[in-house]
Design a protein around this ligand. Structure first.
Ligand SMILES: Cc1cc2nc3c(=O)[nH]c(=O)nc-3n(C[C@H](O)[C@H](O)[C@H](O)COP(=O)(O)OP(=O)(O)OC[C@H]3O[C@@H](n4cnc5c(N)ncnc54)[C@H](O)[C@@H]3O)c2cc1C
Length: 294
């Protein structure tokens, strides 16, 4: 292969890289640092290979037929995060939990809401990840700009406006741009002990309300006009419904659990079923939050 980056692998099972533990093979697969992405995309583009970006795989359903192209899984260490007085720069492949802990140790607060979300900076920006309810906060509240590249590997810098953030949505949903790194506004300070205490408290509260089965992708549907999708699914009597080895969680109606060996067809069928039943009962058409790839 005319490619000087290491470890390009063939026919790699993607289920090993998603929290649902579901998904067929990637024809080509590479784990890379964000800084390597432009070169990889430029190579893929000039060889007519379609490239797809994966973060921590915590918001994707990858089809059983897999991905007939190149999957680039972003992985950056937290040591590559740079902070100054008012700004943090983080590569897209840094895990949110590591980022938030790093800021906490430096006495920077205001990012604790991201701590329990098992994604990367890139996936969180793509999704405008955050928390709802009374303390609603999204990554768009702290995002101040980013470095992106296109599928040809051309790199450019953008401000926060470019991202067109809205509820679990950004401009990246309908463009093929890849976020390489993000710039964040640092506005709040506190003692590291206080921030870490807050993070631990949030983690405990999450653990109490989330299913114990970790093979899931969090919320499957977006909130609908402010109404939590889980409430509608619960009221439609769908908790515990099962197709194959996929089940609408008995703990949290907006989550689908892989009971072991579930296929993407099982999950897709359950998604379709839940949408039909909620529409029949409430006239509301649920919209998927999870991204279906392949
Ligand atoms: C247990 C659990 C709890 C969760 N709780 C929450 C929550 O509280 N709030 C919330 O908002 N979400 C939550 N999620 C969903 C998920 O963690 C978030 O959406 C997260 O931000 C996804 O990040 P990721 O790195 O895993 O993205 P992935 O799942 O890997 O990718 C998601 C999408 O982003 C694209 N993408 C990834 N990186 C980039 C990049 N650098 N540039 C361009 N596109 C990119 C991918 O192509 C894909 O389309 C939860 C999930 C789980 C499993």
């Amino acid at each position: 292969m005319d490619f000087d980056l290491p470890d390009i692998r063939e026919n790699v099972p993607l289920k090993n890289f998603t929290t649902w533990k579901i998904g067929g093979n990637a024809r080509l697969f590479i784990e890379a640092k964000s800084a390597e992405v432009p070169k990889i995309l430029s190579w893929a583009n000039s060889n007519g290979i379609k490239a797809h970006i994966l973060g921590a795989g915590s918001n994707v359903l990858i089809k059983d037929s897999g991905i007939d192209g190149l999957v680039v899984r972003l992985k950056d260490g937290v040591s590559s995060v740079k902070i100054s007085e008012k700004t943090a720069f983080a590569p897209a492949g840094v895990r949110l939990a590591q980022f938030v802990n790093f800021l906490a140790k430096n006495g920077i607060s205001g990012f604790e809401f991201l701590a329990g979300i098992p994604g990367t900076i890139g996936g969180a920006a793509f999704m405008n990840a955050g928390i709802g309810g009374e303390n609603k906060r999204e990554i768009s509240d702290v995002f101040d700009g980013g470095i992106l590249c296109n599928l040809k590997g051309e790199v450019f810098e953008v401000g926060a406006d470019f991202m067109e953030f809205s509820h679990r949505h950004s401009v990246l949903h309908h463009s093929s741009h890849v976020l390489l790194s993000a710039k964040f506004r640092l506005e709040e300070k506190s003692s590291p002990e206080e921030i870490l205490k807050k993070i631990r408290k949030t983690a405990k509260e999450r653990a109490a309300r989330e299913p114990k089965n970790r093979k899931n992708a969090g919320s499957v549907f977006k909130a609908c006009g402010g109404v939590p999708a889980g409430l509608l699914i619960d009221r439609a009597g769908l908790k515990g419904c099962k197709i194959g080895a996929a089940q609408i969680s008995r703990v949290h109606a907006n989550w689908i659990e892989n009971l072991g060996g579930a296929t993407s067809s099982d999950v897709e069928a359950l998604i379709k079923f839940a949408k039909e039943k909620v529409f029949e009962k409430f006239g509301v058409l649920l919209e998927e939050e999870v991204r279906i790839l392949g």
